[in-house]
Design a protein around this ligand. Structure first.
Ligand SMILES: [Zn+2]
Length: 344
């Protein structure tokens, strides 16, 4: 499919002809935004869903990915860990796909041999499936359904609590995770990057279910998400399917809340020390880094180096303190909406 087909979607609208829609009110407003740039074309549905299509016919597989602009950065005291917990609940069941109907989302994906998963980080929550290309529409249907029609039940929450608690405990005993958590907490005193994505144990365990539902209703909307489809599909056909399933979802009735906290300038070096049993030594260094957006986003104002024992200077990204005792890479490769931390 060439780009010219979408230059004037109002006149051509090739994806509408094969569509099987009940409600075209949103779909009619789909617009081509730009592309292809490096094979990626961007569209915007009437309800605000951003769609990136990357056709590639080299193998008969297709990957769908839904990225929600919500992560632990959007949490506050009382509900830390909610974004991550929700990621788990998103596999429990939605209006069309759930245990009671015999088509539980998790089981369905396993049945069709999907390679699927999800992750939550400070700035985003992401769900993805790689399937044989004939199952593209199924993936779109279930992603659309759980975007607005998730079934949030106490049983599901209680059963998933064990899994989340287990992840939390793994992190509590992992030296690099313990250090990283503490380092970010020391570097960010006001900005929500202060707390870890897994959240505080007491808040994860005690946050009321109603608050979790409210969190979902605040952030899980098409106008706070990006859908990426890459692989073996025809653009017009895929767009018709996307409109069929996502086009009927409404835009959020409220403005998606934005984080406006700015970390104040640090006035000196922050240090911390963790003492635990064992003879493992670990050093972490962190510097405040730039935000992803804005000019010269990739540029750091300096190249941190460390004077290691023996007098050799090392760049931070190839830091090796003692031979055989670890190597660390800094976390400056992530593109963050707010200034993050360059640490290692
Ligand atoms: Zn998890």
């Amino acid at each position: 499919m060439t780009n010219t087909l979408f230059r004037n979607p109002e006149k051509t609208r090739p994806w509408s002809r094969s569509g099987d829609y009940k409600d075209m009110s949103n779909a009619k407003k789909t617009r081509f935004v730009r592309g292809p740039i490096n094979g990626i074309s961007e569209f915007k549905l009437g309800n605000g869903l951003k769609v990136l299509l990357v056709p590639d016919h080299s193998a008969a597989v297709v990957t769908t990915m839904v990225i929600y602009k919500v992560g632990s950065r959007n949490e506050g005291p009382g509900n830390t860990g909610s974004a991550h917990f929700f990621e788990h609940l998103m596999f429990k069941g939605s209006r069309r796909f759930h245990e009671g109907k015999g088509n539980n989302l998790d089981a369905l994906l396993k049945q069709i041999g999907a390679d699927y998963n999800a992750y939550t980080w400070n700035d985003e929550t992401v769900y993805h499936e790689m399937v044989s290309s004939e199952y593209l529409e199924l993936c779109l249907a279930l992603e659309a359904d759980r975007m607005r029609h998730l079934r949030v039940t106490r049983e599901d929450r209680d059963s998933e609590m064990t899994v989340v608690r287990n992840e939390m405990e793994q992190g509590e005993n992992h030296p690099s995770q313990v250090m990283s958590k503490k380092l970010w907490a020391a570097a960010f005193t006001q900005h929500p990057y202060h707390h870890d994505t897994i959240g505080s144990r007491t808040e994860v365990e005690n946050v009321p279910l109603a608050n979790m539902k409210a969190f979902y209703d605040l952030y899980y909307w098409p106008n706070n998400a990006t859908l990426v489809v890459a692989g073996d599909f025809e653009t017009a056909e895929a767009l018709a399917k996307i409109e069929k399933h996502f086009g009927r979802l409404p835009r959020s009735p409220h403005k998606i809340p934005r984080v406006y906290t700015v970390e104040p300038v640090q006035e000196g070096e922050n240090r911390f020390e963790i003492r635990r049993a064992g003879n493992l030594y670990r050093l972490s260094l962190g510097y405040h880094g730039p935000r992803a957006t804005g000019s010269r986003q990739q540029q750091l104002p300096f190249q941190p180096t460390l004077q290691a024992p023996g007098g050799r200077r090392h760049r931070l990204q190839h830091l090796r303190l003692y031979p055989g005792h670890g190597r660390s890479r800094p976390d400056h490769t992530r593109h963050r909406p707010d200034p993050g931390s360059l640490s290692g």
